[in-house]
Design a binder for this molecule. Sequence first.
Ligand SMILES: NC(=O)c1ccc[n+]([C@@H]2O[C@H](COP(=O)([O-])OP(=O)(O)OC[C@H]3O[C@@H](n4cnc5c(N)ncnc54)[C@H](OP(=O)(O)O)[C@@H]3O)[C@@H](O)[C@H]2O)c1
Length: 300
Amino acid sequence: MSAITKVAIAGAKGNLGDAVLEQLLKAGFQVTALTRQGSSHTFPSTVTVKPVDYTSQDSLVNSLQGQDAVVATLASEALDVQIPLIDASVKAGVKRFITSDFGSDTFNPKTSALPGFASKITVHNAAKKAAAESGLTWTAIINGPFLNWGVTVEFLAKSKSKEIDYPDGGDQKYSVSNLETVGKAVVGVLKNLEATKNRPVYIQDATISQKQLAGYLKKAVGADGWKENVISIAEGLQQGEEELKKPQPNGFFVFITSLRAAVWGEGYGGRFTKLDNDLFGIKQLTDAEVEEVVIKSVPK
Ligand SMILES: NC(=O)c1ccc[n+]([C@@H]2O[C@H](COP(=O)([O-])OP(=O)(O)OC[C@H]3O[C@@H](n4cnc5c(N)ncnc54)[C@H](OP(=O)(O)O)[C@@H]3O)[C@@H](O)[C@H]2O)c1
């Protein structure tokens, strides 16, 4: 497979997209940002911006002509737009499609069966089918929760109100990655096409437990007055199933119950056993470095 020079990124101005765009530019790729018509983001002057209509194959295929790779960093609620994007990538002769995964190990059989990840599995199946029938190849990057972002937006713990969940006890180690590292992994995939062809790749900056995280956060905001909630993953999954039986289930609630199982549940692969860090030259962080990231990321 010849080297990648032109990369289109869909959803380049999101929580993750910014970090991926930065690393793509730093690595010297010629970058085109696909953005919805009507979105009003500002991009660096070196980026070619192409407004697209995700419901129009003509719009997508025209925008992808000449591109070697497509990176999808599309929002969790917009994962389905990858289906027409994959179809258009095939028609435009794109070589590699990186799916909008960037989280839990959805290639683990228990995790892939969770209702909250159904859209990601649908996209995997579309990418696999396209790869079987055309010259397109795919990669999914699996990186665990974003550590720095997860602390800043209080997704891993609420440091302002001093509240943290300990799913099934809180001692389990889980894989985490900073946004910048995920961006480096995207570059790593595009520079190692054969070794990353048609498979998930696994990266992590570190493993951490919720209790370890609590220890770092206590150093940052004070140790007094914390509410530490031991919660049951199995009960959460049960509540998720009950929610799905309602006429109008709350999809976000179901997703969170699935996510907790995928990150912390026994057998769901939240702590990666095989890593591609070496392939991409990504060095893991020491505990002291993880502590520094956590303390720096606490919201002001
Ligand atoms: N591991 C973790 O902790 C973690 C955390 C968050 C997200 N993620 C994953 O990272 C990936 C990116 O998520 P994100 O939070 O960075 O996304 P995001 O910021 O919510 O959105 C990214 C971009 O998606 C595009 N978009 C939004 N709604 C759309 C729609 N209805 N149709 C088409 N495009 C739409 C927008 O781009 P334009 O306005 O330019 O069109 C938006 O800027 C997802 O796969 C998500 O699951 C992982």
